[in-house]
Each structure stands twice: as C-alpha cells, then as structure tokens.
Design a protein around this ligand. Structure first.
Ligand SMILES: Nc1ncnc2c1ncn2[C@@H]1O[C@H](COP(=O)(O)OP(=O)(O)OP(=O)(O)O)[C@@H](O)[C@H]1O
Length: 588
C-alpha cells in the first residue's frame, strides 16, 4: 500500500454535491418581469464600479471593529471571481460585481424588509441589524442569499448570474419570476442558498423572512468585460455563520483576515478549552498568524491565543496548556508539534469548533504533514466549521480538501491568469551560475528597494550568500532551517520590523509570509515549479501595492519554469532591460 493509500478518506458520504440540485431549478425567468426595456441599454453605465462594503457591514463585534480600524483596514479586499463566470460574462460584455448589503431588519420580530444600500446605514445605527443577525444565528435559521439585479437588467444577465452561481459556487439557485408571487411558490426558495430577483423581491421577502435569514446582494452589470467579486467580502459573511469555506485568492489579498476575524467574532472563551485551531506549514507563518490574532484581539482581553511549533521545548507548551489561565482559546500551530501535544494529551480538542488550514494545498499534498493533519482532525468533534485557504488550489487538491468539509462555500480562481499580481513587474536575467553574485550586487546597488527578499535553493547557499552580502556591507539577514528556531524567529522579527532590509531565504519564506515593505523579490535560484514561483514573487506587491521580481535564469530547467509561469499565468516576464527599470514602476 502506498503512503497515500494509507491515509483515511473522510466521510465521503457526507459530501453533498449540489450540482444536481443546481440543475433542478431551471426556470429561465419571465421576460415580462426581468427583461430590460429596449431603451434602457445605456443605463448599464450607471452600475459601473465596484461597490466596496465596509467592515461595519459584517456586523462584527465592536471590539473587533475597533481593532480593524486601528490596523488601518478600510475596506474588505477584492479579488477576481472564478473564471467560469468571467468567461461566460465576458463574452456578453458584462461586469458582475457582487457587493453586500445586509438586509435583515428585524428577524426576531418577524417583520423584515429587504433594503438596498442606502438604507442599511440607518438600520445599523439603530442596532436592529446586529440584533437581527444574532437572532437569526441563534435560531439557526436558514440562510438565503438573494441577488438583486438592477431594475433594467436583461434576461441574459439573469442566466449569466445564475450560471455563475451554480457552476462556480455549486449552489442551488432559484429565479424569482413574476408569476411565482403566490405564497406557495415563495416557499420553494426556502431550500435554496441563492435566488435571483428584481427589486420587486422586497414584497416577496416579507413572506419568507420569518423563516430565514436573508442577505441581499446587489448585482451591478455593465459592459466592462471582466468579473470581480471579493475574497473578504464574499467569505467573511459566510464564515461568520459557521459555513465551511474553501478559498483560493491570489497572494497578498488578505486571506488571513478572513479566518482571523471570523473566528474572533465567533469565539466564546471558556477557561481551559481550545475552540479554534489554525494550522499552517511553517513555524514563521504560525508565529505571524498568531501575531495577527494578537493584533485583532487587542480589545478582547478574555480571549487567549497561543502558538506552538517544533524546534522549541515541548515542555514549555505543556506548561502553558496545563494552566487554565494561560491555556489558549485559539491555538495556531504547525502540524508536527500540534500532533505531539494532542498525542501526549497536553492538548484536548473535544471543544474545537473551528478548524482552519492555511496554505492547505501545501499541507495536504505533503504526505507526512497530511498524516498529522488527519490525526489532529480525528481528535476534534465531527461537528465543527472547517476553513481552508491558499493562493494555489489545483483541481487535484480540491477534492482532498473537501473531504474534510461539509457542503463548503467554494471560492476558486479557475483561470490561472487571474492569479497574476497586477502591481508586480516581472523580469528575468539570463546568466551563468558564476555571474550571479556580481549581478546581484549590481542590482542591489541600482534598484531603490524598500526591502528585498532573495530566494535560494538550500540552507548552505542562504548562509553563504548572506555572508557575502554582509561582507559587501549590505544590511542582510538569512532565514532558513539551518539555524535554531529561536534565532529564526528573531531574524524574522528583525526583518519584519524593518531593522534589516535584505533577507536571504529558502522556501521557508516562500509562502504566506507577509512583510509589508518588500517591494523586490529576487529568485537567485529559481524554484522547481510554477506554483512556488507564484507564491515567492507574491511576497512583493502585497495587497495591491507595487513591486518587482527578478529571476536569475541559468539553466534549461530554469527556462522551463519561466515558460510554464508565462503560459499558465499569462504573465509577461521580459528580460531585464540593460538600462534598468524606472523606480516609479515598483516604488509605492
Ligand atoms: N482589508 C484590508 N485592508 C487593508 N489591508 C489589508 C486588508 N486585508 C489584509 N490586509 C493586509 O494585506 C496584507 C496581505 O494579507 P495576507 O497576508 O492575509 O494575504 P494572503 O492572501 O494570506 O496572501 P498569501 O497567499 O501570500 O499568504 C497584510 O499585510 C494584511 O494586513
């Protein structure tokens, strides 16, 4: 039996495919009700633009909102939508923007109206919206997302959006048609996750809402030819409700905040119990995620977070876990150490309510890590929320992820070209191996970087290159698995705090690591595959900022990787120009 076969499959029978159900409702819509009048075609322009929702609209705890404001987050992030939607819509020259307008007014009183964006501010101020959501969640009411299309939408807009929902989100969808306004047909929508409606749905909502929690999304259509939705905007409202989430979004767009904010929102701290478990593949990333928890829980003094990873004395972790006063409610960890803590019964997971995997493809593709993850998963109760995140989720890894989940909300970027970071200039330099050091020196002299990360393929090369750079008086530091764990974290912090401007690293820094000021990523040694390339260069140009990546190409294998990258991501990676590049293109 291969190592992989040895791994247990999780409750396949629990996996519900909604494809069939998605096809079940095939109502095409009623032209009389939905079609745009001929003369309204021009009005589409008035729906142009992305309607950014504020964090306040997520109805987060005030202490969380305060921390979000302190962290300088203004709006939840946006990310490209799945390609199946974009292809479909692009061919019809539409832009589809989903923006959230929470529309429950007062579920508890049973008198609910749908609102469009302009009224939700009043609701929020009166506190009704929050109360309504709490009531809805307590009663575990069914959740229906209603997509409200503009009044002048044409019938094919409805089909396009419907197809997008059923193909990409694999969810059932109903279309509210004119003749279905009878009370009986209103209840058809109760079993569905999505339904499409025109503005007339307000009246319809009145009858349905006592039994459901309702969110209405306004769908903007225009003729821009690409499709957007939002990673934080899409995932946060669902994740808060306890839905399982499998989420792909490009590097640096704020996937971390999705699970940090939604778990902090849900956590109800009980002394001595861990209710949220977050795992990731490297120790530095675990440390970083824990720091994010610290940042966002700063006004939640009752919530204790803790981080556990290998390379440190396990006895220390055990001491923390033995004491109810220090026992974390939220644990961030790497799988090896966490598994050891669970096996040795220092950590009991019977109260775990949320299970998160960051960089999930990496964690589940690597057999030893996957084995640890599974053992830990088995130690948690069957009923829990599972969320997984990565910038890369291949077709092969998705079913593996979903084996841990029940009817997850799935957010994919099926079109690899949409993973390219638009603020990032990418170049290559063809050279011999022996020319690399000289060229690197030249680049570091010539480019006006804030911080730079230089990737190499081995710990030995990291040590050597770092030494060389320091001999040349460059403020360099090296992070790799060849140094003690304590020293690794110390160096990570030094770099993160801007005390060093150059970091030579192996792939331990290749994914997830978020250093705000990095605007230059250099592949001194190219990685072996396109996914790793994408993650590495994503260390620069984060959250829409500008940056540049330069890759040294010194072998045929390197050339092949760059070819793959260009093909898969439709990224243009030209040769680095003789005269250099304009700093305005990569300095923020
Ligand atoms: N809504 C927001 N407003 C402002 N900044 C944000 C917002 N969301 C996230 N950020 C910042 O963007 C940066 C990137 O976020 P994060 O590290 O979560 O990205 P990611 O999607 O996990 O990327 P990767 O795939 O590379 O791990 C972080 O510095 C984070 O603080």
């Amino acid at each position: 039996m291969s190592a992989e076969e040895d791994l247990i499959d999780y409750s396949d029978e629990e996996l519900q495919t909604t494809d069939a159900a998605a096809g079940a409702d095939t109502n095409g819509g009623n032209k009389g009700d939905l079609a745009a009048p001929e003369d309204t075609a021009d009005k589409k322009g008035s729906y142009v633009g992305i309607h950014a929702t504020g964090f306040r609209d997520f109805l987060l705890k005030p202490e969380l909102l305060r921390a979000i404001t302190d962290c300088g987050f203004e709006h939840p992030s946006e990310a490209p939508c799945p390609s199946s939607a974009s292809v479909h819509l692009a061919s019809k020259n539409y832009i589809l923007v989903l923006s959230i307008f929470p529309s429950i007014l007062d579920v508890s009183l049973g008198s609910v109206q749908s609102s469009e964006g302009d009224t939700d501010g009043d609701v929020r101020e009166s506190g009704d919206l929050e109360g309504a959501q709490k009531a809805a969640m307590k009663m575990q009411l069914m959740h229906i997302t209603v997509l409200v299309l503009p009044r002048d939408s044409r019938i094919d807009s409805y089909s396009a959006v419907k197809k997008y929902i059923s193909n990409s989100l694999r969810s059932t969808i109903g279309v509210f048609k004119g003749e279905s306004r009878t009370p009986a047909s209103k209840f058809d929508f109760l079993g569905r996750w999505f339904c499409l409606a025109g503005p007339a749905m307000r009246r319809w909502a009145d009858a349905v809402i006592p039994f459901t929690s309702l969110y209405s999304f306004e769908v903007h259509l225009s003729n821009f030819g690409s499709v957007y939705s939002t990673v934080q905007q899409n995932a946060i409202p669902q994740a808060i409700l306890g839905t399982d989430v499998l989420c792909q979004a490009k590097s640096g767009l704020g996937k971390t905040a999705v699970f940090v904010l939604t778990t902090l929102q849900q956590v109800e701290p009980v002394p001595g119990e861990t209710s949220v478990l977050v795992m990731c593949h490297t120790r530095e990333l675990a440390y970083q995620i824990n720091s994010e928890y610290t940042r966002f829980s700063k006004y939640m003094p009752d919530v204790i977070t803790g981080v556990f990873y290998g390379g440190t004395p396990i006895q220390k972790d055990a001491e923390i876990l033995k004491n109810k006063e220090t026992h974390p409610h939220i644990v961030v960890a790497t799988p090896g150490r966490l598994n050891a803590l669970v096996r040795d019964k220092f950590l009991r997971l019977g109260s775990c309510k949320v299970f998160v995997l960051d960089e999930c493809d990496k964690m589940l593709e690597q057999i030893d890590m996957r084995r640890d993850v599974q053992e830990i998963f088995r130690a948690t109760p069957p009923q829990k929320q599972v969320m997984m995140f990565s910038a890369t989720l291949s077709q092969e890894v998705r079913p593996i992820c979903k084996k841990f989940m029940q009817n997850p909300m799935e957010i994919y970027v099926d079109d690899d070209t949409k993973l390219t970071l638009h603020g990032l200039g990418q170049y290559y330099i063809k050279l011999d191996e022996k020319e690399k050091n000289r060229k690197l020196n030249e680049l570091l002299d010539e480019l006006q970087f804030n911080q730079v990360i230089i990737f190499v393929k081995s710990t030995l090369r990291a040590t050597e290159l770092d030494k060389l750079l320091r001999e040349c008086n460059f403020p360099s530091i090296a992070v790799h698995s060849g140094v003690s764990q304590e020293e690794r974290i110390k160096r990570y912090t030094e770099f993160k705090d801007f005390n060093k401007r150059i970091c030579v690293a192996t792939d331990v820094f290749g994914r997830g690591i978020d250093i705000e000021r990095i605007n230059l990523a250099i592949n001194y040694d190219l990685p072996a595959d396109a996914d790793s390339y994408l993650h590495r260069v994503g260390r620069a140009g984060r959250f829409g900022t500008k940056g540049v990546s330069i890759s040294f190409m010194s072998s045929e294998a390197d050339q092949e990787v760059l070819k793959q990258v260009e093909k898969r991501f439709e990224a243009s990676i030209p040769e680095y120009p003789e005269g250099g590049i304009d700093s305005a293109t990569y300095m923020n």
